[in-house]
Write a protein that binds this ligand. Sequence first.
Ligand SMILES: [Zn+2]
Length: 263
Amino acid sequence: MENTKLKESGYTDRHIHLFMEGQPLTASEIDRFTKILLEFNIKEIYDMGSRDGLGFKIRRYLEHTPITLRTCGYALYREGGYGSFLGRPVKDRDDIKRHIDELYRRDADFIKVINSGIISTEGRVTEGGFSEEELRIIVEEAHEKGLKVFCHVSSAERIIEAINAGVDSVEHGFFMTEEALHMMKERDVTWTPTIYALVCFANTLDGRKREILEGIVRNHIKMVSLSKQLGVRINIGSDSGASGIRHGVAFFEEKKILFHLFK
Ligand SMILES: [Zn+2]
């Protein structure tokens, strides 16, 4: 597993948002945010994007602390699809080029792309994402500049498309399949399964909806266990900052689940 060891005497959370309870961090919250991370000894964080590219500002601020922030600035999402609070809309090849040029100029640490919606309370993946061809162009542009592509993606088909397009990391990856895991192993694509975030979501529901979500959690956990057998590299990412997912606490919950599965 990647990032499980203390790194320069601190942990790495590979998937966070510079939000508190789903709202972008305000200037007055940054000190509190920093304090929480340090209390949990988290010293490296990967920011998965915000519409206003908050990560660029906060990265500079955190330079004066023991925390290293790696940021995508803002994510790229398909115009009209899911992702408006995480990034900027893209509609064609020119947009892709323009945004990746800008992100490169602003020294983004990686590119984050949104290739599906999220899981609904009915247990389906909502609308969003690019065509495989568009995604391929994004990956080509990013790789040309030496930037890795982290891909928010759920649903069996979308995950396969993302791997085929050449992304470097699958974020969330709900509805993972064995076929996709084999492809990831072959192409050295990492996976950040954000299991705890999915569990938290299931816990907000009641009745039939909850049962459906709990079934999705069980399958997800099964796939994560299989990833270990197949040798797919897994990252610990909490998705903290999203509503109901607390910074620091969520990282250790995710770590606990993964250690339990992998022991
Ligand atoms: Zn996220």
